[in-house]
Structure formats: structure tokens, C-alpha cells
Write a protein that binds this ligand. Structure first.
Ligand SMILES: Nc1ncnc2c1ncn2[C@@H]1O[C@H](COP(=O)(O)OP(=O)(O)O)[C@@H](O)[C@H]1O
Ligand SMILES: [Mg+2]
Length: 126
């Protein structure tokens, strides 16, 4: 992928911090699982790289991603409520998409897809 590494670092930092916050003070071992996979293109779309951050917190608790991304929405006492909205706009600026689901075994999964860029063809020497 072609990406602004500072922007993508900010997305990952926000997702990891949210995962850590979601697990704080809960029973059971706190686990954050970060994975990447290549997703094959569908129809005329390009292939994407999907990055997923999974935690063992309470999950989405019935809230939609739109709700969680709303500016100043926070369930934390000292929360700014800006992190996920910023994540979503950075990902969308890259032509990608942010998604959130509950993991079947508990916890939340936040993932984003970035389109795989077509490699620049090597120029033949004259
Ligand atoms: N991994 C997660 N598990 C459960 N809820 C989450 C998770 N990440 C975000 N949320 C919910 O989304 C809200 C908004 O997140 P965010 O925009 O990053 O703001 P903040 O972290 O300042 O609260 C959080 O307050 C929390 O309720
Ligand atoms: Mg946050």
C-alpha cells in the first residue's frame, strides 16, 4: 500500500489505546491481537490489505460505528471522543474503510482496509 505512515501510525495508536482502555479493570487476561491479511479483489475493486485490532473488552455493546465515530462521543470520564472519527477520516483519505464488529468470543474488532497500489513499472533503460 501507499500510505502516509504518520497518519496510519495515528490510526493504530488510537485503536490500540482504545483497546487497552476497554480492557482496563476487567476480569480475565487483557489481550490485544493485531493481524493483517490480504483480501482478494471483488469484481472490479482492487485488492486490499486489512489490518484488524481485536481486544478482550466488553465489545461494541450494541453501538454502531457511526455512533462511536461521532465527535465528542465518549463513555470515558476523561475521554475526548475524537479518536475514532479521526481514524475514520484518515483511513478514508487513503481510499480505505474503517469497520467495527463484535468478536464471537467476546471483545471488539476494529479493522481498516487499504487498497493495494499497483507497482510502478520499471522503466527500460534506453
Ligand atoms: N475497543 C473498544 N471496545 C469498546 N468500546 C470502544 C472501543 N473503542 C472505542 N470504543 C467506544 O467508542 C468511544 C469513542 O472512542 P474514541 O473516539 O476513541 O474516543 P475516546 O477514546 O476519547 O472515548 C469510546 O469512549 C468507547 O465507548
Ligand atoms: Mg480513543
Amino acid at each position: 500500500v501507499l500510505a502516509d505512515h504518520i497518519g496510519i501510525e495515528q490510526v493504530l495508536t488510537n485503536l490500540l489505546r482504545n483497546a487497552a482502555d476497554a480492557m482496563a479493570g476487567r476480569p480475565g487476561p487483557p489481550v490485544i491481537d493485531v493481524s493483517t491479511r490480504l483480501i482478494d479483489p471483488e469484481a472490479d475493486e482492487s485488492a486490499t490489505v486489512q489490518v484488524t485490532v481485536r481486544d478482550t473488552g466488553p465489545g461494541l455493546q450494541g453501538r454502531s460505528l457511526d455512533e462511536l465515530c461521532t465527535a465528542f462521543f465518549s463513555t470515558k470520564q476523561d475521554g475526548m471522543g475524537l479518536g475514532l472519527g479521526i481514524c475514520r477520516s484518515i483511513v478514508e483519505q487513503h481510499g480505505g474503510r474503517l469497520a467495527a464488529t463484535d468478536h464471537p468470543e467476546g471483545g471488539a474488532c476494529f479493522s481498516f482496509n487499504l487498497p493495494v497500489s499497483v507497482a510502478m513499472p520499471m522503466l527500460e533503460p534506453a
